[in-house]
Design a protein around this ligand. Structure first.
Ligand code: AMP
Ligand code: GLY
Length: 426
């Protein structure tokens, strides 16, 4: 069969890498893809938001399945568009993707169905939101309702920061319409984890727990990014918690979405805050996490394509997913300056010294081939992803490869996986 992956980051590289290994796949395409993806898939110069051109290409090439990576096209209704055209697609409908597309929708759903989450207040009126920032316990969190490319969550440690966050969203329109409404939420402490489950809207097939590293600097310092590294499994989610997350978050959310007339098909991503063997949902996303998808897909032993295809058909196959033993860690290398401003088009000279092995694969995010040169083309550039029998070994392998390819223009955290290491040696 032929498969098209929509997107062009590290997550989509991991998807193309995994999908193209399936014995039932003859050809993989990716729109728009990146330099690394072009080694596993034919890259198309079509924007992820150009549904017409994507559907036209799928029909012309008789592509059997389209798999959507990022949230933007899902929230804009790519699945509804493709299904109307009679095309098979993996990813939730626009109505179901509201779980990520509107923080107000997702918080209200959690409140209505008793899914554990932080206390929160919704505001459409700026004066009322400002009044709340003057009385709520510090610290607190101000969130833009809509999609804001990962920048719409502001942690406020003073009332002034809170008022500034509200004004920037509701008065100055920093995030456009996405910030016209806001959620003000209690600040939750603990250790974060990411939990994913495939679902056809009724059945669920959980993946192994993973953990992202959002802040840009070691020790979780500095501003939040899209994610600077991830590993799986995440020992913070012990077996008991894993079962409770399935029973108290994943299953009730899928049921709630069906009850609300928004049947959710795809992969559901719960971002969790874990403390004292208990947890609360920070957010839902309607897609795979990036970078979490990189170590997850590298450890996945089962063929992913029958799972994705059966979900697109509406009747998911439920054989438990098989995983490679051990751990997998992904360390992100980003352009110096990220998540602030950074230079693009810088040549990556040392990468040609490395060839992927069974233990280590380098997934590309913002990269581009131009005139036979490999250039940076985004904030996050590479995801060095390594398997190991222990978390310590996987960390060592990843950083060894990084030492051999690192460049002045790239930054990375040196403590990815440390929390797991500490937990296991406890
Ligand atoms: P979200 O997009 O809601 O997951 O927020 C992005 C990041 O902001 C999360 O991964 C957390 O690191 C942080 N965050 C969001 N909500 C809270 C909260 N209520 N308390 C503490 N940190 C939060
Ligand atoms: N790893 C965070 C995200 O994908 O949103």
């Amino acid at each position: 069969m032929k498969v098209l992956v929509v997107g062009g980051g590290g997550r989509e590289h991991a998807l193309c890498w995994k999908i193209s290994q399936s014995p039932i796949v003859d050809k993989t395409y990716c729109a728009p893809g990146n330099a690394g993806i072009s080694l596993h898939a034919e890259c198309l110069n079509i924007d992820v938001g150009d549904f017409n051109s994507l559907a036209r290409f799928v029909k012309k090439e008789s592509i059997d399945l389209t798999v959507v990576g990022p949230e933007q096209p899902l929230c804009e209704g790519i699945t509804d568009f493709f299904e109307k055209e009679g095309l098979m697609i993996f990813g939730p409908s626009k109505a179901a993707a509201e779980l990520e597309g509107s923080k107000i929708f997702s918080k209200n759903l959690m409140r209505k169905y008793g899914i554990p989450t932080g206390e929160y207040f919704v505001f459409t009126d700026m004066e009322k939101a400002l009044a709340k920032t003057a009385e709520i316990n510090l610290p607190f969190v101000v969130k833009a309702d809509g999609l804001a490319a990962g920048k719409g969550v502001i942690i406020c440690r003073s009332r002034q920061e809170g008022a500034d966050a509200v004004r920037s969203m509701m008065e100055r329109g920093t995030f456009g319409d996405a910030g016209a409404k806001v959620v003000i939420e209690e600040f939750l402490v603990g250790e974060e984890a990411s939990f994913f489950a495939f679902t056809d809207g009724e059945k669920i097939l959980p993946l192994e727990p993973s953990q992202d590293h959002k802040p840009v600097f070691d020790g979780d310092e500095g501003p939040n990014t899209g994610g600077m590294g991830a590993y799986t499994p995440a020992p913070v989610v012990n077996d008991g918690l894993r079962q409770r997350i399935i029973e108290e978050v994943m299953v009730p959310t899928i049921k709630a979405m069906k009850t609300e007339g928004r049947t959710y098909k795809g992969v559901l991503y719960a971002g969790l805050m874990i403390k004292d063997d208990d947890f609360k949902v920070l957010e839902f996303n309607c897609r795979f996490g990036d970078p979490e998808a990189q170590p997850l897909l590298m450890r996945m032993e089962s063929d992913i394509v029958p799972i994705l295809y059966s979900i697109a058909c509406g009747d998911m196959e439920t054989n438990p997913i098989e995983w490679k033993d051990g751990f997998c860690v992904c360390v992100v290398m980003a352009s110096r300056g990220y998540p602030g401003s950074y230079q693009k088009g810088v040549q990556l000279k040392k990468l040609k010294n490395f060839t992927d092995t069974y233990e280590t694969v380098i997934f590309h995010a913002g990269t581009l081939f131009s005139e036979n040169k490999l250039l940076t083309n985004g904030g996050r550039v590479l995801g060095v992803t390594s398997l190991g029998d222990t978390i310590g070994e996987s960390i060592k392998s990843a950083y060894k490869v990084i030492d051999s390819i690192s460049e002045e223009s790239l930054i990375y955290r040196t403590d990815i996986g440390k929390k797991a290491l500490l937990r296991i040696s406890d």
